[in-house]
Design a protein around this ligand. Sequence first.
Ligand SMILES: [Zn+2]
Ligand SMILES: [Zn+2]
Length: 199
Amino acid sequence: MKTTRRRTSPSRYHLILTSFAPATPRRSLHENMVRFKSLIRRYVSMQRGASQCFEGQCQCGDVRYRLSGVPLTLFACHCTECQRQSSSAFGMALWIADPEVQTLTGELKKWIRHLPSGGDMECSFCATCGTRLFHQIVGQPDRLSLKPGTLCEASLLRPVAHIWTDSMHPWIGLNDGIQYPRNPPSFEACYSLWAEATG
Ligand SMILES: [Zn+2]
Ligand SMILES: [Zn+2]
């Protein structure tokens, strides 16, 4: 008996979905579509500079948080402090204006870092596994720096700037984003670039 094999080609939409979010085998196409739409909604609201809701967790999962506020900019910092803090090549910071942090589970611990420029920074981390989650300058409750690697959905976030490239690891090659050898004189360009990238 002659059998013919039907070639089935996945639809373009299906390809977009699967390439956008490398799905686990258990996630159905419908679930992917729901996730895709929710991410697009979030992206569109980012374009408007509106308040957003972010959710994330520490490495061990004890601390789960929900954070609302207006994202201002996202940058990578290559200073030696961030290298030590992240135990890696650089740190990333997503600055949020008017932040409201809600700890859903777990316990946050705080460590105060004295800044060389003066002032103190409150660093929040999971009491169990030590994952750093937030940084906030003491006395500046209207601004918070979120460690974006802890977000549930972090893959869409791309830094618009790299600071402290003077101490950047030599193997890192940068091909986009504004770069500053040390601290930028002002973060205005970082805000504009973020607004441009998301608007
Ligand atoms: Zn933890
Ligand atoms: Zn740094």
